[in-house]
Design a protein around this ligand. Structure first.
Ligand SMILES: NC(=O)c1ccc[n+]([C@@H]2O[C@H](COP(=O)([O-])OP(=O)(O)OC[C@H]3O[C@@H](n4cnc5c(N)ncnc54)[C@H](OP(=O)(O)O)[C@@H]3O)[C@@H](O)[C@H]2O)c1
Length: 313
């Protein structure tokens, strides 16, 4: 089968298309024909030698988001049958070899793709949707009537988080470039802030929750608009435990929680149900054939993707 492999960590041109042996499913595993593999920022961070690179041996096959069709099942894997369409965040953060025509996945990390959802949309969903879910419900315990500020609201995690928050009955404020504001209002954002032209912390009344997809100065300034007792859930791990941020949070009486998303088939079922009923719409900004993986990585690294980028093996 064909796979996009990385002989060395490097820039987006480091990938090579290679012929490799088909994997075989062990107990509890499924062999899946990959229909779409979603790309996330952790993919290009890992490709460049950062992110989760220390977990890979070279040549490496990247990718964790998979939508595909089951071809075979290992002993004890009974949840699905060959032909079923499934999606999930595979083995994250361990290598999962999603940038290939076939992949072996853990059955318990996957769920059925609703009939009304395309392979491309399903492939772009798992990591971003699981992150938004964990941030809003496990960490922030977002409640109806609360105010939440979501940074990078038009991005992969952001555009899903705004829909979950809106469905929960929260008042949603999102930061994004002006050209995305109409789209974000359609998704349920109550107040859009153009972070290029205004200081978000001076534009809106205090909030209960911030979902921080940026870190650095954005995270620090976000603490100025969180109510005492409120929480900021922070995603970029490079800023984890930043002493300046923690000191300011203590002074303001707010909590800062870093998180690291985990795979879950059960969660994927909840997400699938929301997608099936139209309450969650995942947007695919661009889909590339696997051999154009370099272009796909460059697109995501532009930092102005709206929704998701997927690869089609
Ligand atoms: N810890 C975890 O478990 C975890 C999980 C998922 C993601 N993450 C991290 O979270 C971050 C976001 O991930 P993602 O997939 O959502 O990224 P993404 O899709 O690449 O984000 C792109 C978006 O960022 C927006 N943006 C760029 N600069 C901004 C700024 N200064 N203020 C507000 N928005 C800005 C852009 O908005 P405009 O085009 O509107 O300007 C664009 O829509 C990444 O660092 C990723 O690694 C961590």
């Amino acid at each position: 089968m064909q796979a996009a492999t990385l002989p060395q960590f490097g820039d987006a041109n480091a990938f090579e298309m290679t012929e490799i042996p088909m994997p075989r499913p062990a107990a509890g595993q499924l062999l899946v024909r990959v229909k779409a593999a979603g790309i996330n920022p952790v993919d290009y961070k890992t490709r460049s030698g950062k992110g989760q690179a220390q977990r890979f041996t070279l040549p490496a096959i990247l990718g964790w988001d998979i939508a595909g069709q089951i071809v075979d099942a290992g002993v004890g894997a009974h949840k699905f049958i060959p032909g079923d369409r499934v999606f999930g965040l595979s083995r994250f953060p361990e290598p999962a070899n999603a940038y290939a025509q076939f992949a072996v996945v853990q059955e318990q990390e996957f769920a059925r793709i609703p009939d009304n959802i395309s392979d491309n949309v399903a492939g772009g969903t798992p990591l971003a949707a699981l992150t938004a879910w964990e941030a809003l419900y496990d960490h922030a315990q977002l409640q109806t009537g609360q105010r939440i500020l979501i940074h990078a609201a038009a991005g992969g995690v952001g555009h899903i988080a705004v829909q979950l928050a809106h469905n929960t009955g929260a008042y949603v404020i999102g930061t994004a470039s002006a050209q995305n504001h109409a789209y974000l209002r359609e998704l349920g954002v109550d107040e859009c802030i153009d972070y290029h032209n205004v200081q978000f912390e001076k534009e809106t009344a205090p909030v209960d929750v911030v979902l921080d997809a940026m870190g650095g100065d954005t995270a620090l300034r976000s603490l100025d608009i969180i109510k005492p007792g409120g929480i900021m859930v922070s995603l970029p791990s490079m800023f984890k435990d930043d002493p300046q941020l923690l000191a300011k949070a203590r002074e303001k009486g707010v909590r800062v929680q870093w998180m690291f998303v985990r795979p879950s088939g059960e969660r994927m079922e909840h997400i699938a149900n929301l997608m099936a009923s139209g309450k969650l719409q995942v947007k695919v900004d661009a889909a590339y054939p696997l051999r154009e993986v370099a272009k796909a990585h460059q697109a995501l690294e532009s930092h102005h993707i709206h929704g998701k980028v997927v690869l089609i093996p």
